[in-house]
Structures are given as structure tokens and as C-alpha cells.
Design a binder for this molecule. Structure first.
Ligand SMILES: [Mn+2]
Length: 217
């Protein structure tokens, strides 16, 4: 963590990159990293190649969280790679990364790059869990919106906590207190939108069931 602080002290233009079509975990991790860096007096740019996924758009819309992304990064002194995971994507980003320092925050092992600072924990459920832990270790509280996003990231990448470890629950409880929202509202915002035809099919099924009950009683 000391090395990270030192890097940030000697930097002016920071770029945060997620994987293509960021899912909820990558998006949450990117936005949280941006907020963390702002606590060090820097305004980082967040670039999401090809924009966030539908899952992210629907989640933030339902909870009234403003979308954050800067499009492109341009010239940078320091690059953060969050939840980038696949080696092929790293190769695509080679030009952007250049020879400058790189910080990797990930729950996937990243082997084809030698980061200046590595915050990688393959035992964590998600990138969101890792960055939440970094906030906690530094004694910095994320904003309500960032805490909410991180909860969403943890839930979606952990298979709704089926792959959680004890510390996942600890960090989740901490985030929930900071989120200032009902847990139920966050879980509901993650629900996939059911299409109209699917809804109609369900309604018809229910009606048939009712008719059947009426016959037998
Ligand atoms: Mn992830």
C-alpha cells in the first residue's frame, strides 16, 4: 500500500481501464478505484472499452446512480487495470499502457504483465471485494453510491454469495452500513428484466392453473 501511495504522489494523469463491456464487478471496481484516487487529490479518468454491459446500465438506472465513464484516456502517467482478467485484452491495451507504471487490481491471476503494483487476490470473489478491502485497510469510507455498486459487484461475481468466504460477509456488512439503502432494493435492482412475452406466458400459465383449481374444488 505504501508503494501505491508513493506512485499516486508522483502522478498527474491517471487512467483506469476495465475489461471490454464491463460487467457489474468491473464497473463497480473501476468507479470505486476512481473515488479512491480522488481521495489522494487526483482526478482519474475511467475508460470502459465499448461501454458498460446492459446489466450495469439496468442496475444503476434502477437505483438512480449516475453513470461515470470518460470515454478515452489519452496521455497518461499511470494506468490502473481493474478486473481485466484475460491476457488477450491486455495485449490490446499494450499501446495505451506503454512503458509507464501499471497497477493491477484483480481477482484473476494476471501472468502476462509485470505490474508496478499488484493488488491481486485469486481467493477473493470479485474485484469489488478486493477494492472494498483496500478502502477498509486505508481507513477510507466509500460514498453511498460506490458502496452500493460494490455490493452489486460482489453479489454478481460470487454467484449471489455461493462462492463467498468469511471475509466476504465482513466486508459486505461494512458496505451495507455505508450504502444507506435497503439490501432488498439492491438485490432487486440486479434482477434481470423479464421480457413482455415471457411475462405474458407466465400470466397465461397462472390463469390455466386457476381454471384447473376451479374445476377440482
Ligand atoms: Mn470480476
Amino acid at each position: 500500500m505504501e508503494k501505491l501511495k508513493e506512485l499516486l504522489r508522483n502522478t498527474q494523469r491517471v487512467c483506469i481501464l476495465t475489461h471490454r463491456h464491463a460487467d457489474l464487478d468491473a464497473y463497480a471496481c473501476g468507479v470505486a478505484t476512481k473515488e479512491l484516487i480522488s481521495k489522494f487529490g487526483l482526478n482519474a479518468l475511467l475508460a470502459i472499452p465499448e461501454g458498460p454491459s446492459r446489466e450495469v446500465k439496468s442496475f444503476i438506472e434502477k437505483l438512480g446512480i449516475a453513470h461515470q465513464s470518460s470515454g478515452n484516456c489519452g496521455e497518461t502517467d499511470l494506468v490502473f487495470l481493474v478486473d481485466v482478467s484475460t491476457y488477450a485484452q491486455l495485449n490490446e491495451f499494450r499501446d495505451l499502457i506503454g512503458d509507464g507504471p501499471v497497477v493491477v487490481i484483480d481477482h484473476h491471476e494476471v501472468r502476462n504483465i509485470a505490474p508496478t503494483v499488484s493488488i491481486v487476490d485469486p481467493g477473493a470473489t470479485s474485484c469489488s471485494e478486493i477494492i472494498a478491502q483496500v478502502f477498509r485497510d486505508l481507513g477510507i469510507e466509500p460514498s453511498g453510491d460506490v458502496a452500493t455498486l460494490l455490493i452489486g459487484g460482489i453479489l454478481s461475481d460470487s454467484g449471489r454469495l455461493s462462492r463467498a468466504r468469511p471475509s466476504t460477509f465482513e466486508v459486505l456488512a461494512w458496505l451495507l452500513k455505508l450504502a444507506g439503502r435497503d439490501y432488498r432494493d439492491i438485490v432487486n435492482a440486479m434482477a434481470e428484466d423479464v421480457s413482455f412475452s415471457e411475462r405474458m406466458a407466465r400470466v397465461k400459465g397462472l390463469l390455466r392453473l386457476r381454471a384447473y383449481r376451479l374445476v377440482i374444488t
